[in-house]
Design a protein around this ligand. Structure first.
Ligand code: 9Z3
Length: 319
């Protein structure tokens, strides 16, 4: 046992700072995000915080083993591109090495296989790109460079659940200054369970001690303080992932009732690329891609983002 058990009194954040050590860079990142939000907000731009990728939960303090939540990061990364296309500035809070906007389009490609140096002098500073290996590269590069030059994308990385939770809190505080211009698009796959520091063994768990039994605590639900205290004017969207379709909508509705935010995007693991339901208090909208659209490489994130940006406009006009 590494630390003593924290006191029973819990802060408004469900005990976040008591149970999870604050990352050393959290305050610097908060300032960066606040400057980004103020800069874009004062230019009349909306800002979306996208969370993307899965959280990692360590089983040992000097971590050899950990539990991971599944998410490739594709939904977050592709949505970031559609939000940028719609004029939003984007804070991209993502799991280290999960898919990233624009580069995600070449995720399966070995870069060295798509470059040619034949007939090019080594020191000439020029290299040929194989257009078959990197299709549309010039177009994608232009979009990426335009976004970068305009400072419209702020990437922030997390690895562990603890980093994710603290950086989400920092982001929410940073975005509170722009009120209803802020959107939270919480697509990251976040663990429901963790082992508190005071129950975690310091060293690698030994298999010589026999089969492993672990008991995990419930992760505090950050959506509650986010909606109530940290960014009460923002437009907040959470995602609900299930593997059993029969319970999906009931769970999505329950999340809306519990946290009182604006919408839940409900999806089932196997069908998430072609079917989601956007659930709000009064509506339930299915977004579906036809086989033809899948063939044409239409992405469902395009539909999700159009749906939510329109709802965000309506939300802003009502406050
Ligand atoms: C999602 O449901 C995302 O749509 C996916 C995207 C993780 C399925 P990929 O990254 O997949 O494109 O491979 N994210 C939310 C998952 C989650 O942990 N939700 C919590 C829950 O369902 C509530 S916030 O309880």
């Amino acid at each position: 046992m590494a630390h003593s058990e924290p006191s029973a009194s819990k802060a408004v954040d469900g005990g976040l700072s008591e149970e999870f050590a604050v990352p050393t860079h959290a305050e610097d990142v908060r300032k960066l995000m606040a400057e980004f939000a103020e800069h874009h907000g004062s230019a009349g731009r909306r800002v979306v915080l996208i969370t993307s990728g899965g959280t990692k939960v360590p089983l040992e303090s000097r971590t050899v083993r950990f539990l991971d939540n599944f998410s490739s990061g594709r939904r977050g990364a592709s949505s970031a591109e559609y939000f940028l296309d719609s004029g939003y500035a984007v804070i991209f809070l993502h799991r280290h090495r999960s898919l990233y906007p624009y580069t995600r389009l070449y995720a399966g490609v070995n870069l060295l296989d798509s470059l040619q140096s034949e007939s090019v002098k080594e020191d000439a500073g020029q290299i040929l790109v194989d257009q078959n290996a990197l299709p549309n590269i010039a177009k994608v590069l232009k979009r990426y460079q335009a976004v970068k030059a305009a400072g419209l994308l702020l990437p922030v990385e997390f690895n562990t659940l603890s980093e994710y939770l603290h950086l989400l809190k920092a982001a929410a505080q940073a975005l509170s200054s722009i009120g209803s211009k802020a959107m939270f698009y919480l697509a990251a796959a976040v663990s429901d369970f963790y082992i508190p520091a005071y129950e975690m063994p310091e060293h690698k768990i030994q298999s010589s001690n026999g089969p492993l039994q672990i008991s995990m605590k419930m992760v505090p639900k950050m959506l509650s303080p986010l909606v109530k205290d940290w960014a009460p004017k923002a437009f907040v969207i959470s995602f609900k992932l299930e593997t059993d379709p029969s319970i999906l909508l009931e769970r999505a509705r329950r999340a809306l009732e519990t946290y009182n935010h604006q919408a839940v995007v409900a999806n089932v693991l196997d069908t998430r690329r072609g079917y989601v339901v956007v659930v709000t208090k009064d509506t339930q909208q299915e977004l579906v891609l036809t086989d033809e659209e899948v063939q044409e490489e239409v992405e469902i994130e395009d539909r999700i983002v159009s749906n939510l940006t329109a709802a965000h406009s309506q939300f802003m006009s009502q406050v």
